[in-house]
Design a protein around this ligand. Structure first.
Ligand code: DAH
Length: 338
């Protein structure tokens, strides 16, 4: 019987090892653990053994039954846990869609502008939204009677009109020149404010990116090269462009850059208002008086600057004909872009 017990032990453990389902476990119980099962019948035979054999075989039989029942209980528990997990994790259900926030189109355009100018060696700088007349106008060479100072355009914060919301990012040119020794090669993104009627083409609050380069030697040719490189990366390698003479108090000479309308390619359409060209930025060589106001000697240094509106670029990119759409946060519009 000793031999038989060892054999049975091997067999039962091998069977337990092979059990994978609750059904198989139940078959195991019915075969071996019920009263008339393998172990029950073995106990009946055990009772009929001569007394002198009982102590040793009894110990072995008890140990066998104990380990088998223990493993049975463990398996039962494990299989129940698995069954519960399967109830709560249905791997065939479609996944829950997680909602990822997106960057606003204006931020996307700004990020693209920053990326392009970073590759061209520009650093990013910022200035305050609340400015004084000195930085916003006077140091930028606006004559005292210049119409841009008019109540129509500027939100003044004090009755003496000395403190105001900046009307452009150009005052940061003065801050940069006063804060940093040349060479300066920076772009300045920021929010600007104008006391204007809100309509499909204009807002009272919008964004600009200013650019400023001051060095011992630079030129209008380099200004053009930088802006052409920018336009090609922003609007496509084949982008046609032109520079038109213009006027800004803080640059001399001044120009505006147009690109060919990407919608009609010059034929004339609603985006370019029939003209075939889209104005994308103002620019020019920094006026010597402005360099001097920035504490830089115009005999030693020369600079160029440019400024562009971000909303306008976003509108062109998205094909919007109403600037106000950019500020309504309508998900139907925002979801269409990236
Ligand atoms: N500050 C000008 C504006 O708001 C834009 C501008 C034009 C900026 C020419 C410049 C520049 O730096 O050189 O209309």
């Amino acid at each position: 019987m000793l031999e038989e017990l060892h054999e049975l032990q091997r067999q039962l453990h091998a069977e337990l090892d092979a059990i994978r389902t609750a059904e198989e476990l139940e078959q195991f119980r019915l075969r071996h653990l019920v009263r008339r099962g393998t172990l029950g019948r073995l106990r009946e035979r055990f009772r009929q053994l001569p007394p002198e054999q009982k102590p040793e075989l009894g110990r072995i039989l008890n140990a066998l039954e104990e380990t088998v029942r223990k493993r049975y209980a463990e398996l039962q528990q494990r299989l129940e846990e698995l069954a519960e997990e399967q109830l709560s994790y249905d791997l065939f259900l479609p996944g829950r869609q997680s909602f990822l926030g997106g960057r606003h189109p204006i931020q996307q355009v700004l990020d693209d502008i920053v990326a392009i100018f970073s590759r061209l060696g520009f650093v990013v700088a910022e200035g305050p939204d609340i400015e004084d007349d000195e930085h916003n106008f006077t140091a930028l060479n606006f004559p005292p009677e210049h119409p841009a100072r008019d109540m129509q355009d500027t939100f003044f914060l004090t009755a003496d009109r000395q403190i105001l919301l900046r009307t452009h990012t150009s005052p940061v040119q003065i801050r940069l020149m006063r804060a940093l020794p040349p060479p300066i090669r920076a772009i300045v993104p920021g929010r600007v404010y104008r006391n204007e009627e809100i309509n499909p083409r204009s807002l009272a609050e919008f964004h600009q990116v200013e650019g400023l380069v001051v060095d011992r030697s630079t030129s209008f040719a380099e200004l053009k090269a930088i802006l052409v490189a920018f336009a090609r990366q922003m609007y496509g390698a084949q982008t046609e462009y032109r520079f038109r003479p213009s006027f800004f108090p803080f640059t001399e000479p001044s120009a505006e850059m147009d690109i060919r309308c990407f919608l009609c390619r010059g034929a004339g359409c609603r985006v370019c208002k029939g003209g075939g060209w889209l104005e994308i930025c103002g620019c020019g060589m920094v006026h010597p008086a402005v360099l001097r106001n920035g504490g830089i000697d115009p005999e030693e240094y020369i600079g160029f600057a440019f400024g562009m509106g971000i909303e306008r670029i976003a509108m062109l990119r998205l094909g919007l004909d109403d600037i106000r759409l950019l500020y309504q946060n309508d998900l139907r519009l925002l979801r269409q872009f990236r």
